[in-house]
Design a protein around this ligand. Sequence first.
Ligand code: ATP
Length: 366
Amino acid sequence: MATVTIENITKTFGETLAVDDVSFHIEDGEFVVLLGPSGCGKTTTLNMIAGLEKPNSGRISIGGKRVENVPPDKRDIAMVFQSIALYPHMSVYQNIGFPLRMARVPKAEMAERVQSVANLLRIEELLQRKPHELSGGQRQRVALGRSVVRDPAVFLFDEPLSSLDAKLRVEMRVELKKLHERLGATFVYVTHDQVEAMTMADRVFVMDLGGLLQIGSPDDIYRLPTNMMVAGFLGNPGMNLVAGRLNGGGDGLHFESNGMAFDLPSQFSSVATPGDPVTLGIRPENVVVGDGPNGASVTGNIFATEPVGSDLYLDILFVEENDGMRLFKVRARPELKVRSGEQVPLNLPYDKLYLFDNAGYRIYPG
Ligand code: ATP
């Protein structure tokens, strides 16, 4: 087991700044997810930990030892990728045992270790099969087994579930979490899927444009996103964001946008100066259809409805100043009887509102 520390890492590819002065520390045995949109620098960061890319500048330590000049196979890491490269002519047993054979581990010990990994991943009955006789999920388990059998200190995962179908992804999320608990190893996991991050990580490192935006537990970054990008990226669907302005003075503050206007109670008065442009945020699951106490009342025009079985999502149409039509998502009860084109009363509870400043940073709650 080992810690992973990177300090002031920068990596460019020609003119592209892929990773921009990133620093973080991962505790021994932690499950960390690097989360961010495509191209934000997650894979490059992971590859630098693995030794597959060399940083232009900065320091990388694994288990407290500097590794910038240590080749990948000497870093005590295992990498698990999205594309599962099993040897097609070898059985599952031989695939899992391959790294041990390369390391000249005695046959009896190899048999014991492969068996124990197969038990751990519940693939004992598959050991004699060839890869083409396995399902996608089983192949991914075998690939995992081949990493686990080496007993590395750090596991590096690069979107390992993205080629699996939705049901298998859900199953494998649980498996990976359990595997992490059983092994107690350090897991660094790259994904753009916020559900994977929320469900598996001890801590999530949110990246964008080569930089780190926020580090925190899934709950922290969900409840207190540092800026609008994190707010919109987390949650399914993400937070509703409405650009507007705070107006008012002696008689209190009002939020006004093109299509939505309401008074704000006194707890908001210290967060911004009247006249300031702000963006209002509220999560779809926190909007109440109907009336309610302690919230702003607005009327929404239903543009479309999206039933998903357990919930009914309403796409509410508000018009914004510069970018035209904006849809505002509301999670409603599935039995709600509404139709497109209908007007519905909505309540936005004050204790569920967020405000972001002109630069996109959260200013409420503080
Ligand atoms: P994705 O989820 O799409 O894999 P990512 O967040 O992992 O994205 P990276 O693969 O780290 O992002 O890429 C970061 C930036 O660096 C991107 O702009 C990408 O185009 C660029 N980049 C990555 N690898 C190379 C390379 N070998 N040569 C040139 N540019 C690269």
